[in-house]
Design a protein around this ligand. Structure first.
Ligand code: MSP
Length: 666
């Protein structure tokens, strides 16, 4: 069985998690889930980096001992991940005894091999980077990342003979073009190695200056440099040197990091491994930064985005989809709630949600919510070709870390299906009694929806799981042969009647956002749970669901009214005689309702996301008949059809039996 081992950086515990940490961990989670779906034995590691100056300073600031401080902040990271559906197999902390043992063993091994020596060094030390910067790295005498003046420190220390491996590393990178990816970071490292001489790496700190670290096994007056300690976590978690997991997963290890820590991962780490006689990793996958208004997020700038807030407000699956779709892996991307809402509405509500709901409701109407059994189940050639292509590209691009392009490719199928349904017009086939062709078309649509859901499992585990459930699919399908597979959806499966997985949402007004019960108050556990359970209904808690007046929370309902107020309402039973789509508004239908009057009334209803015109025609509805007429997108509306939002979609209000048109509801 093929193996897959993915790691995130272990995060410093000098601050609570933010969007940047959530992004890397979410991507790693999607990769792990994707590889599991590809039938691989996958192992996924994340954790926290807890030694060094930075941590000691942060602990001092908060008035805690380093131990109490790291326990607390590490706990925040550990508690966050399940809230974001992160499926890590292990969570490592560098203060754990298992890690201390492995670091000391590795140090001793490299020391015994002669690649660690004692020497004197004077250098520019940046506390932010936790390392000595070379003269060349300084910009106007400042650290380019932290914009602070490093401290000049001269002291006796231990050094790792990194320079010895410069030639080897360059050759290795050249011989393995995807060792570091994407290409821009690979060429950055290649030019760094070609242009300059690699210096040896100072790997110790005298205890006179820092005690919060792992003691060197060969000199108790020193602790290990935090980066040398931290990188080794990837080995600790798989029980190097002789654990079963080491043999099983190490040959398949890939790291995932942002560009800020390219050098330690692309230069320090492979040379450390080489010196210890351990195979280097397979891939280093490097992504860019999330920016907020063109600036990198940072606590000091106060522009930090809290991942749980976003997940709570917009739904976890929407948040995860946005992260993967919006950032081209390797490039920087801008985060804004406007961009998130735009993606939700265009990709998830309009393209996918609408299509899925239409497909289910047609299957309900034409086949009693069962997957039809077409005589010819091989599907239309064009549709099959489109699906094979889109899914094939999705799988390839996802495996290459091109997540945004992979989703784009999958959406070619989603958009293609939207065109297909309009071109095939199942409602016309139904009217004309072409049942056999109708079964073929509907089966093809449903089978393609199954494929889309299967591909989305790694990215949106909950929503994709719900889609599969609504298609009557048991268990989670794999992706191994999905591109070529056809006909896996079983005829006869019971389908949901409708689906409202992704209602359109609006950006909450500033007041709503303030009232939104997010984790801003620090109540991580409980709130996240509510968010999960409320994915479909969530917009009522944060952004407003557009076509859904009934989704308002009870607290927003008006207070009591007097009986005469109620009497003002003229509610009537009506029969829908015909329905058309609004020519200029995707969400609106023009519904003609017979109220027993001379002519039917026209109602402009925001129901297009939930019903096709064919679904509504002939239905008995309840109408607010004395609502003042008004124009909606250029068409007069003379009343309002009453409907109820349910888990599965939208239900029309009606009388339990057949009632004469125009009957008053009282
Ligand atoms: N402790 C080291 C890593 C040691 S790994 C052996 C460290 N920690 S960190 O807390 O600073 O995390 C850095 C990582 O967090 C980045 O590499 C990236 O994965 C993530 N991000 C932090 N801010 C980010 C953005 N603004 N944008 C994208 N990712 C970001 O470095």
């Amino acid at each position: 069985m093929e193996r897959f081992y993915i790691t995130t950086p272990i995060y410093y515990v000098n601050a609570v998690p933010h969007l940047g940490h959530a992004y890397t961990t979410t991507v790693a989670d999607c990769m792990a889930r994707f590889n599991r779906a590809m039938g691989r034995d996958a192992y996924f590691l994340t954790g926290t980096d807890e030694h060094g100056d930075k941590i000691v300073q942060a602990a001092e600031k908060s008035g805690l001992t380093p131990r109490a401080y790291v326990d607390e902040i590490s706990g925040h990271f550990r508690a966050l991940w399940p809230e974001l559906s992160i499926s890590n197999d292990d969570f490592i902390r560098t203060t754990e005894p298992r890690h201390v043992r492995v670091v000391q063993k590795l140090l001793q091994q490299i020391y015994d091999a002669g690649d660690i020596y004692f020497g004197e060094y004077g250098g520019h030390y940046c506390t932010g980077c936790e390392r000595f910067l070379t003269e060349k790295e300084l910009v106007d005498g400042l650290c380019p990342d932290h914009k602070t003046k490093p401290e000049y420190i001269a002291e006796k220390n231990y050094f790792f003979r990194m320079s010895k491996y410069q030639g080897w590393l360059l050759d290795h990178i050249k011989a393995n073009p995807d060792f570091i990816r994407p290409e821009r970071y690979r060429s950055e490292v290649v030019s760094m190695l070609e242009m300059g001489v690699l210096e040896d790496l100072c790997i110790s700190r005298p205890k006179s200056r820092l005690t919060w670290g792992i003691e060197l096994p060969f000199d108790t007056d020193y602790v290990c440099y935090v980066w040398f300690d931290a990188l080794v976590n990837y080995l600790t978690a798989v029980d190097w040197p002789d654990g079963e997991k080491f043999g099983r997963y190490w040959p398949a290890v890939q790291h995932l990091v942002a560009k800020d820590i390219l050098k330690p991962h692309a230069v320090f780490w492979p040379t450390m491994l080489k010196a210890a006689g351990i195979e280097p990793y397979k891939h280093l996958n490097v992504h860019g930064y999330w920016l907020v208004k063109e600036t990198k997020m940072s606590k000091s700038l106060g522009n930090v985005v809290k991942p749980l807030d976003m997940s709570w407000k917009y739904g976890l699956d929407t948040f995860r989809y946005f992260l993967l779709r919006e950032m081209r892996f390797g490039n920087d991307a801008s985060f804004s709630e406007e961009a998130l809402v735009a993606r939700r509405n265009s990709d998830l509500a309009n393209d996918l949600g609408n299509l899925f709901n239409r497909t289910l409701s047609m299957a309900g109407k034409y086949f009693g919510s069962r997957v039809p059994a077409p005589q010819d189940a091989s599907g239309d050639e064009d549709l099959r070709g489109l699906a094979a292509n889109a899914v094939g590209n999705f799988v390839r691009l996802f495996g290459e870390c091109n997540f945004s392009q992979a989703l784009e490719s999958l959406w070619e199928l989603v958009r293609g299906l939207n065109k297909y349904v309009d071109a095939q017009a199942p409602w016309a086939l139904f009217k004309e009694g072409k049942t056999e062709r109708l079964a073929e078309v509907m089966y093809g649509m449903l089978e393609c929806m199954r494929k889309v859901a299967a591909c989305l499992v790694p990215v949106m585990p909950q929503a994709a799981g719900q889609m599969l459930e609504q298609l009557g699919v048991m268990g989670t399908p794999g992706l191994t042969d999905e591109a070529d597979a056809w006909g896996l959806l079983k005829p006869g499966n019971v389908l949901a009647q409708a689906s409202t997985l992704f209602p359109r949402i609006e950006l909450p007004a500033a007041d709503d956002a303030a009232a939104c019960p997010t984790s801003a108050k620090g109540e991580m556990g409980g709130k996240g749970k509510v968010a999960k359970e409320a994915e479909a209904a969530k917009p009522a808690a944060g952004p407003k669901a557009k076509a859904d007046a009934s989704a308002k929370a009870p607290a927003e309902a008006p207070g009591e009214i007097e009986f005469p107020d109620f009497q003002k309402l003229d509610l009537r039973v009506g029969h829908v005689t015909s329905v058309e789509r609004h020519p200029d508004a995707d969400r609106l239908l023009l519904v003609q309702v017979d109220l027993g009057e001379e002519r039917p009334r026209q109602v402009v209803a925001g129901l297009a996301e939930f019903f096709t015109p064919e679904d509504l025609a002939g239905r008995q509805v309840v109408l607010v008949a004395n609502l003042k007429p008004r124009k909606l997108r250029g068409h007069e509306s003379q009343g309002m059809i009453l409907a109820v939002r349910t888990e599965a979609g939208m239900e029309l209000l009606t009388a339990s039996g057949s009632v004469a048109p125009g009957s008053k509801v009282s």
